[in-house]
Design a protein around this ligand. Structure first.
Ligand code: PLP
Length: 416
């Protein structure tokens, strides 16, 4: 198997393109937002890519994110900062499907296997590699937790200084993880949207580069590999429906881009999955905008949810996410906080798959969508488990056994 992070391969990047206006921007220097203040897409010479990279060429490459290197923006292999971004498994959950009334495959894309235990590794791996390529020496970011952990790890690996700002209700485990992985981390009184300006306003004085969600072009490129992997794992097909827990929305946007690029280079056909944005009923700006038929979202004032990855009251990619939902004939769906932990326990017990709360939210959404006829019972559905369930609190256990007393063995097993 060939190591995908060594050896030169040509770069096919042609330019960056404003997601709102289509205006071209030069790709060979660092960028934040476009001149219009909107996210930038990386564009490639797809006809040349199609000629250079038949999908059969992947067979001899090792199973990790960098097997798609020609479709990624890093120009020189020496700049790749890697911690082993494995291809994540697609695990079936047949008992959970059956109990929900689903007759098609229910598949969990288990992103918790990635470095730092979440899919944030994909985006940060590519963005930090690009930052290294540009000679950036200091990076800052606001984060609900997992993005900061990935940033810290890749920056430490690259010898880049990282400074991370977390809402003070971010999960303790992740805050500690960020510090342990070598970043300077601060708890801030505010939500992720409110602390964003600290990073933007500090750019000049503190001299850091911002890797805030969608405020630079390369994290989406890393997240795109989820779409590439899915298609390859399904034998160059796509599922019928993808349930994605939506915060900033980089994954939805990235996968949608991946499907278009794969079609353009002849790897897949015109079929697309229906993309479903899963949000919390109490903090769901995209869901609100979708229901109202709007093309942009309003910030949810005072929005809160116990699901950390969904605690995003607004995102700069609002119009891009809403576009993906519309183009894919998908939809947005909300879940209640108190539905999440029971669903997490249910899938763990039925199928042995331990979801993080955000992943469990997609399972709740799948069941609701089935129940309300928003998807077909025979649809092949993919749930995104974005992080390892082990990063989050689990229910306490109280059962005890005294080995020095007589043991009633019949009571130790479930009733017959
Ligand atoms: C970041 C995150 C999300 C949201 O992902 P986006 O692509 O930003 O919408 C969901 N779940 C977990 C565990 C996350 O870390």
């Amino acid at each position: 198997m060939r190591d995908n992070t060594t050896g030169e391969r040509p770069s096919f990047v042609t330019h960056l393109e404003c997601a709102a206006t289509g205006e071209r921007h030069e790709a060979n220097r660092p960028h934040g937002l476009s001149r219009a203040g909107k996210p930038l897409y990386v564009r490639y010479d797809l006809p040349a890519l199609a000629r250079a990279l038949p999908r059969s060429a992947l067979a001899e490459r090792s199973p990790d994110m960098w097997r798609y290197r020609e479709l990624l923006p890093v120009r020189h292999a020496t700049n790749i900062v890697s911690l082993g971004e494995m291809t994540t498994p697609l695990i079936s959950a047949p008992e959970s499907a059956r109990a929900s009334g689903g007759r098609g495959d229910l598949l969990v894309k288990d992103e918790g296997r990635l470095p730092t235990g979440s899919f944030k590794a994909r985006g940060l791996c590519v963005a930090v590699s690009k930052a290294k390529e540009f000679g950036v020496s200091r990076i800052a970011m606001p984060t609900a937790g997992n993005a900061g952990a990935a940033l810290a790890a890749y920056c430490s690996r690259a010898g880049i200084e990282s400074i991370v700002f977390c809402p003070d209700d971010a999960p303790e485990t992740t805050i500690s993880e960020i510090a342990l992985q070598g970043a300077r981390v601060f708890r801030v009184n505010g939500n992720i949207t409110e602390i964003g300006p600290i990073v933007e306003n500090g750019k000049e004085t503190a001299g850091w580069f911002s890797l805030s969600t969608l405020k630079e072009p390369y994290r989406v490129e890393g997240k795109k590999t989820m779409g590439l992997e899915l298609a390859e794992q399904l034998g160059w097909d796509v599922p019928d429906v993808i349930f994605y827990p939506t915060g900033g929305g980089t994954g939805l946007i990235g996968m949608w881009k991946a499907f278009a690029e794969m079609e353009a280079i002849g790897w897949i056909g015109a079929k697309r999955p229906r993309m479903v944005a899963v949000q919390s009923a109490t903090c769901g700006p995209i869901a609100r905008a979708f229901e109202a038929g709007r093309e942009t979202a309003e910030p949810v004032v005072g929005g809160h949810t116990n699901v950390p990855g969904l605690r995003v009251p607004w995102t700069i990619g609002d119009f891009m996410i809403l576009r993906v939902l519309k183009e894919s004939n998908g939809f947005a769906i909300t879940i209640e906080d108190d539905e999440v932990e029971p669903a997490r326990a249910e899938m763990a017990a039925r199928d042995g798959v331990h979801l993080c709360p955000e992943g469990a939210a997609t399972f709740v959404a799948y069941r609701k969508a089935l129940k309300h006829g928003r998807i077909r019972a025979e649809d092949r559905c993919v749930l995104f488990n974005c992080a390892s369930g082990l990063k989050y609190a689990m229910p306490p256990v109280t059962a005890r056994l005294d080995r020095l007393k007589p043991i009633d063995y019949a009571k130790l097993v479930s009733a017959p």
